[in-house]
Design a protein around this ligand. Sequence first.
Ligand code: NAG
Ligand code: NAG
Ligand code: NAG
Ligand code: NAG
Ligand code: NAG
Ligand code: NAG
Length: 433
Amino acid sequence: MKACIITLPSGKRTCPDVSSKRLSLLILSFLLLSTAFFCLYNYSFSPWRLDMELVYRRSSLPSSRAFGLVNRCDMFSGDWVPQVEGPYYTNETKCQIDDRQNCIKFGRPDTEFMKWRWKPSQCEVPPFNATLFLELVRGKSLAFIGDSLARNQMQSLVCLLASAADPVDNSYTADPRFRQWFYAEYNFTLAIFWSVHLVKSEDADTNIYPVTSQTLYLDEVDEIWANHIEKFNYVIISAGQWFLRPLVYYRKGKLIGCYACNKRKITGLSMYYGYQMAFRTSFTTLLNLEKFKGTTFLRTISPQHYENGGWNTGGTCVRTRPIAKDEIRFEEYFLKLYSTQVAELIAADGKGKKRGLKFRILDPTDMMAERADGHPNHYGHGPGANFTNADCVHWCLPGPIDTWNEILLQVLQSEYNATSLMGKSTPTNQTNS
Ligand SMILES: *[C@@H]1O[C@H](CO)[C@@H](O)[C@H](O)[C@H]1NC(C)=O
Ligand SMILES: *[C@@H]1O[C@H](CO)[C@@H](O)[C@H](O)[C@H]1NC(C)=O
Ligand SMILES: *[C@@H]1O[C@H](CO)[C@@H](O)[C@H](O)[C@H]1NC(C)=O
Ligand SMILES: *[C@@H]1O[C@H](CO)[C@@H](O)[C@H](O)[C@H]1NC(C)=O
Ligand SMILES: *[C@@H]1O[C@H](CO)[C@@H](O)[C@H](O)[C@H]1NC(C)=O
Ligand SMILES: *[C@@H]1O[C@H](CO)[C@@H](O)[C@H](O)[C@H]1NC(C)=O
């Protein structure tokens, strides 16, 4: 089957195990879709062209083997299965749930969306154990960097941990986009840095560019996180929907082009280019920070589920059950963003090995594609917001995003297990074979 031959960044050729159970309908539909994309779009995205072969996604990327495995189990490929027990926490739990994702508080009537458990094909994800999590991170620190979806996961984690410990807010600023929680009993710091483009960015001049345009300085990291990150043991980095706006690109302080800005005299560059450079600059920054010894996780892009319209044209997400794998259709732009970020992670990991720095993946993209039922839709309420648009981007809390942290716990546990066996088999200082 010729379509399964892919080229890895290393230049090696490989082929997904077609007989494997992991070759689900989902993947099959990717193959079909991406083959179609390959024919249609192969050469149409200059000057920067994504290697479309990467669109075969995680099942065929090195990431599934090198980065997504816990005890040889691919945690991110599996199925949602019903479970009787309710969620780990409620809107009454002592933790902060953003009103916009507090679906139960704002009257979401159905509860089935909180009653699914993720079952990887080859193993189990044990229930979240807050005490165990905190013991694994004792004396350590973890930072999220990203947009409101990073905050969504951070708030899920604080609520999941609430059964074991009550943190103090020791944020260094009053700006709620930069929270820092301290778990005194465990000497554990959990922080979030708001950085939607990861690199330095600002609103573009609307006298010149369309409203909502953003200027990105592609080779300048956003210091708002970079100046604080050196001491962190774990860094979870993500980016997504903010790259869909018109973007104006600077490099070495000079305008080099723009995306969707409708300026004939300015070189057109794709959003993928900006996305690629944002991750490259961020990973390079982490690689170059002298005192940084942490593990970096890329949390891959989170799918949205507008149906019967777009986010601003009346689209909604009214489902109350996950959708079937064979119903899932990713849009081409989404697959390209996904492939772009994973390719940058792989490149960073290659460089990180020389320095003993780990780059890993938290890859909920596929699993969340099934969870069209997990969004606030209209049951989220910003303070004073007059919300006419449905939210099919963020995730209700509690809800399926809690699974990201259940898996994070497994990843931390397996890392802990590996380091406690250190001395014989841990390949931390070996060069790439
Ligand atoms: C929790 O949600 C219920 C509605 O299901 C609401 O009546 C209650 O006030 C909420 N509690 C808090 C603390 O928000
Ligand atoms: C949770 O983890 C702690 C610490 O490892 C352990 O003592 C406890 O038994 C675990 N709880 C459950 C329900 O497994
Ligand atoms: C708490 O953890 C930090 C590192 O995160 C460490 O420098 C400090 O010594 C620890 N404090 C105690 C009391 O263990
Ligand atoms: C809320 O939105 C509706 C419909 O767009 C509009 O008619 C109304 O004036 C808005 N109210 C406020 C307080 O902004
Ligand atoms: C870590 O090691 C413990 C004890 O050997 C084992 O029970 C657990 O399954 C391991 N977990 C992971 C994720 O490797
Ligand atoms: C790799 O690590 C082991 C154990 O920490 C050490 O004995 C060995 O010398 C290291 N090898 C290299 C090439 O640094």
